[in-house]
Design a protein around this ligand. Sequence first.
Ligand SMILES: CC(C)(COP(=O)(O)OP(=O)(O)OC[C@H]1O[C@@H](n2cnc3c(N)ncnc32)[C@H](O)[C@@H]1OP(=O)(O)O)[C@@H](O)C(=O)NCCC(=O)NCCS
Length: 174
Amino acid sequence: MLALHPARVEDAEAYLAFFAGLIATADTMLPTPQEYQSRTAAEIASTFSRFAEQDNQLFLLAWQDGQLAGFITVTGGMARKNRGCGHIVAGVGAAFRRQGVARALFAAAEDWARKAGFWRLELTVMAHNEAARQLYLAAGFTVEGCKRAALCWDDRVVDEFLMGKVLLQAPLPA
Ligand SMILES: CC(C)(COP(=O)(O)OP(=O)(O)OC[C@H]1O[C@@H](n2cnc3c(N)ncnc32)[C@H](O)[C@@H]1OP(=O)(O)O)[C@@H](O)C(=O)NCCC(=O)NCCS
């Protein structure tokens, strides 16, 4: 059974192992395994606490039959003018993909964001990450632009798409 819960300090060890596994098998997340290997459960716990303290930040974990399967974060801006514009990052473990975990995380995050008064959600996705782009399109995001050569590592240069979803009901500026 799939259960979604905000990350708690006591989830830090499980998340540390989960995320290390995720980036070991997917080059589509930002940190490399080498960069992540020095992270500690204490640092993760303090990140979870910081998210929990802010009313415009969400760190949501998906548990499948007691195993950590995926996560989504929504980070609103620090200023009044961008506090309701949320940047999203998400990932699902290789063993749990194509089972609707990300779809459930996005639905819950959008529901939370609407209740928290957000007016926009946005994210970036590497141009070759077809699975994620399809997921975001299915969740109602549209491609708003391409950041040429946004990322570069190990002799690779990768474009990123900027995608967004406006939650406002009011008419948008022309
Ligand atoms: C992208 C990712 C989050 C999708 O998670 P998931 O739990 O497998 O996705 P879901 O099962 O909820 O799929 C929802 C929809 O997304 C799309 N989708 C997901 N995986 C796909 C794939 N491999 N190919 C094409 N479309 C895909 C489909 O539209 C799918 O709906 P459908 O199953 O009815 O066709 C997951 O593959 C992942 O974590 N990848 C590695 C990390 C990553 O790239 N994160 C995103 C960084 S921007």
